[in-house]
Design a protein around this ligand. Structure first.
Ligand SMILES: Cc1ncc(COP(=O)(O)O)c(C=O)c1O
Length: 376
């Protein structure tokens, strides 16, 4: 079976983990700090704005508290969002207001968002679909003009830039996921980026019980290092040295991961571009970069589901992300109309895209799609 997503792990990660085991300290420590520092520099930012946590979903949930979003406040998000984004808003008692997206990129546009703004709107929770940048100039101008907070879900945008600036560093909070299905993986883990060091400071406490002064080694110079105070009833959501050791090794491999993913992307472009029943992903604007997380095609003959099954029966696994939140029954009746997201949900297919794909795998995906075309 050709997987749709797959991590690339090697002996380097194993050796790094072994070192942590023998160090006698597998909890949060120096490796976590090193990873945060390296990631800050990767973003073109500074360590006083960057913090790790145990998963990106925690970042989505915590954003509500960190940005003072209250029950009853409205948060606008694209209906094509990760389920954790919707849950974060609803679990906070806030109102999830969904907007439509661009039909091809599946990203929300400023005009989609603006239609949803009311007096109660507090924040925009953006998703950069598959690491493809949203149009940040127009969205940030809109947010500024209405005084709205911006949260950027860059879960897969580990190497994505908009006009030379790392995605996730435009809004108040940005976040990246390193779970098992992402590009850089460490089991579970995430990085959060904050617009200000003060916000990072607030998050640092919130993600560790709300502790004012940490106990243990960091406080060992104090007379009574076992005493502490809390500033809020915070969570406990941190990375540890085991996951950080993996993340650091994966981090070194990122340039080669990107090279490989770009090559697969190009091979799909070349192998499928003459098929008039498929829309390929739009080219990324020249002043932006993507992480090539998805290669999403759109089937124009209404046979997306048949194609997915045809591929699966022949050993090629595909998927569609993200099932639109307005169609998730658990959220109840959602106001609005979402023609582009509905089109995307019914016609989009994400092809296998990961670093372990061989030339033969890619050729098989292409030839099986072409073969399916002849049956229609
Ligand atoms: C767009 C998006 N945001 C957030 C998340 C949550 O990431 P994590 O698994 O690290 O909680 C995911 C995970 O799939 C995702 O795809």
């Amino acid at each position: 079976m050709i997987n749709v997503m797959q991590p690339s792990l090697g002996k380097e990660e194993l050796a790094a983990i072994e070192k942590v085991f023998t160090s006698n300290w597998i909890g949060k420590g120096a490796l976590v700090k090193e990873f945060e520092e390296k990631y800050a520099s990767h973003l073109g930012s500074t360590p006083d704005r960057v913090l790790s946590t145990n998963c990106c979903s925690e970042g989505l949930f915590s954003s509500m508290h960190l940005l003072d979003i209250k029950p009853g406040d409205e948060v606008i998000l694209p209906t094509v969002s990760f389920i954790g984004a919707g849950n974060a808003v609803c679990a906070n008692g806030s109102k999830m207001v969904l907007c439509d997206v661009d039909r091809r990129t599946l990203n929300a546009r400023a005009e989609d968002i603006e239609k949803c703004i009311t007096k109660k709107t507090k924040a925009i929770l953006l998703l950069h679909y598959g690491g493809i940048p949203c149009d940040m100039d127009s969205i940030m101008a809109l947010a500024d003009s209405y005084g709205l907070r911006v949260i950027e879900d860059c879960a897969a945008g580990v190497c994505s830039h908009y006009k030379g600036k790392a995605l996730g560093t435009f809004g108040d909070i940005g976040m990246w996921s390193f779970d098992a299905m992402k590009i850089l993986v460490c089991g579970d883990g995430a990085i959060l980026h904050f617009k200000t060091p003060e916000l990072r400071e607030k998050a640092d406490k919130w993600l560790y019980f709300g502790l004012e002064a940490k106990s243990g080694y960091e406080n060992s110079v104090a007379q009574k290092w076992w005493e502490f105070d809390i500033s809020s009833f915070g969570h406990r959501a941190i990375m540890n040295n085991v996951t950080a050791a993996m993340a650091l090794e994966q981090f070194k491999k990122l340039p080669s991961f990107m090279e490989k993913r770009a090559a697969v992307h190009k091979a799909y472009d070349e192998g499928l571009s003459d098929l008039d029943w498929i829309d390929l992903p739009l080219p990324i604007p020249a002043d932006c970069t993507t992480s090539y997380y998805f290669y999403h095609i759109q089937i124009k003959n209404g046979k997306r589901d048949e194609l997915a099954r045809y591929l699966r029966e022949r050993g090629v696994y595909t998927t569609y992300r993200y099932f639109p939140l307005h169609r998730v029954p658990g959220y109840g009746v959602i106001e609005g109309s979402f023609p582009n997201a509905d089109y995307a949900a019914d016609n989009t297919l994400c092809l296998p895209l990961h670093q372990s794909l061989t030339k033969e795998d890619v050729e098989k995906v292409i030839s099986t799609i072409r073969e399916f075309g002849k049956t229609c």
